[in-house]
Structure formats: structure tokens, C-alpha cells
Design a protein around this ligand. Sequence first.
Ligand code: PLP
Length: 405
Amino acid sequence: AENWDKVPLAPPDSIFQLTAAYKADTFPQKINLGVGAYRDDDGKPWVLPVVKKATDRLFSDPNLDHEYLPITGLPEFVSAAAKLILGADAPAIREGRVVSVQTISGTGANHLGALFLSRYYQFNGERQVFLSDPTWVNHFAIFRNVGIEPRTYAYYDPQTIGLDFAGFVRALERAPSRSVFLLHACAHNPTGVDPTEEQWAQLAEVVQRKGHYAFFDSAYQGFGSGDLERDARAVRYFAGRGVPMVVCQSFAKNAGLYGERVGALHLISATREKAERVRSQMSVLQRSEISNPPGYGARVMALIMNDAGLFGEWKRDIETMAGRIIEMRKELYRLLTEELKTPGDWQHIVQQIGMFSFTGLNTEQSKALVEKAHVYMTSNGRISMAGLNSKNIKYFAASLDAAVR
Ligand code: PLP
């Protein structure tokens, strides 16, 4: 017998469960603040105008075929993607020290990066990775899948609803030298809490002195500030200092290409010769995992990133998304502090950046919002700001007010 009766039944994914409950709810004012995808002011998915334009251009090309892409991906996509995150004039790119591989969005980049480390990184003692506490929950499974044990480092301070900077530095200092630290490049998920520029500089100093390896996850470039360059600062600063690193890059959020699975992994080596070795083994790993990455989304992004006009339009579309989210933060803050006089300090709502916000609500309060107010959010108090709009924000503020009184 095949013994599948011994397979333990896994619990359903909490986010997908939340979405299913939201869909089944018939309450007219229900709100979904669980899902991490951008919505426009009507609560609808938004196809970026620049993506529509690039898609039209792509499909009107009579030479478009459906051949396999190279194993490491569409060359004009991966090279533009590397410049987008590392900077067009990055010395590492100029010196041929960056290995870029097209991946199955950010998740695939995390997986391939973790797999490469599990094969070739010389761990100092335990095979472990340090993740921020909290982090995107998938990080745990991705590293466990390749035999690297996840540990956590102090990151979020519930007292201040901000960064536990001292705890973060302490964790870097205490970890064995040459440890692997996963760092969120910008717009930390799930907290929305990022280090400041000065704090990044101090973190980089410790990382470098301890010989740690920086595993950057960049899933929200542009989504934090509305500016692609600004949101790449931490990554570029570490790269500029010569910290050994890899960057996982996703185009799901900043191009609204969630389902197309467009991403890349960029590994920076100390020399071109080392990069060539890395490139050869990345190809071997990719071949056994997916053979060749998917073409469609990479072609769309290659068109957008390599055409000055389209690139400019993309930046404006990103500003539209980030701008709307920032507006919602300001409006929520105003409603809570000025109109409703909700008890508590709500500064963090406007200080946090990106798609998500940690409200500071406890499990009980978060559950009350779901059960009493039909506002669907995770029990850790996280809300997706993208789920708020000019039509539902008053109802949400009033519900939040009721939950904390
Ligand atoms: N990394 C972080 C921190 C994320 O929040 C996400 C998506 O929510 C991802 C990676 C991967 O997303 P995707 O595989 O859709 O690019």
C-alpha cells in the first residue's frame, strides 16, 4: 500500500482561509485587509497601464514565438533587473561579478538562493539562517526545505510598534561569524517597519565586521516610497561596501504581475572568476528544478525596463500605487486621532511604509474585527493598506476604534 493514510493532514494556509471566509461573507460593508495585493480605490485589482501597453506591443510582434528561454532566463530581462536593484552604474555589474538568474517570482528567488547556499555556503558550524522576528512566514518553510534551520533575530518591538534596533544589533554581534542573515530590502513584511538610513549603515558595519552573509529579499522595490531608486538604497549600500550578498527580486507587486511569476536572483561574488563558477552551478540547479523559466512576464518586464518611455510610465504607475497607500495611511491617522479620538498613539500608521501595517492590535482585538465588524485581517494585527479606499476607510476606522475601546 502507498501509505498515504500516514500523511498528516496539514492546516489550511491562514491567508487563503481568510480570503475564503471573506468571499463567503454577505455583509455589505465587509473589508478584506488580509491579502498582500494592490487594489485600486474601487477595491479592484489594477492592471498597470504600462503593463497593458507592453503586453499589446509584445503580442503585436509577428516574430513572437514560444520557444524555451535560456536556462538562466531572458538575457535582456535579467540584465535590466540587476541594474534596477543594484544601480545602472554598479561596480559589481561592470566588473562582471554579478550572477543573475531568472526565477519563479520572489518565492522562486528565495528558494534558489537558499538551495545554492545549502549546497555551497561554508557554514560556520550549524546550517542556519537568521530571519527577522516576525517575517514573511514562507521564509521558514523555504529554508527548511533545503535543510537550513531557521532562527530568528530581534526586529519588531511591540512596545514602540517600531524597530528593536538594539536587539537587532545584539543579534548580529552574538551570532557566530559568517552567519547568514535574511534582510528585507525595504517595506518589511509583515510589520511595515524599516531601519533608517543611518541604522542601515550601522547594521552594515556589524554585518561586515562579523563576516556575515546578507541574504536580501526585495519584494517591494518602489512600493515603500514610490521611488525605485530610494527603495534600493539599503541593497546598494551593502553592495557598495563589498558585503558578500545575494538579492531576491520580485516583480509581483511593483508591476502588478502577481500571477505571472516574474523574478530574479542576483548573487554578487568577490571576483569575476568566482562568479563564473557560481553561474555554472546556478545553471545546473535551475536545470533540475524548472529547466527554463517562463517567458511571458519576463518579456513584458524586459520591454518596460529597456525602453526609456515605458520605463518612465512604469515609474509613474508605481507612484500612483505607493501614493494611494500613503494617502490611506494619512487619512486613517487623521480619522483615528482627530475625528474619533481613538485611545492610543497612532504615529506608527504614518511612519510605517509599504503595503502592510502592524496596527499594534492584539490577537483578541484582531479577531473581534473579523467576527464583529466583518473586517478580515490576520490575528497578528497586520493590515494590508491596499485594501483600504476612500469608500471603506471611515467604516474601518470606526471599527478599529470600537475594537480598542
Ligand atoms: N518575500 C516577501 C517578503 C514577500 O512578502 C513576498 C510576497 O508576499 C515574497 C517574497 C514573494 O512573492 P512572489 O513569489 O509573489 O514574488
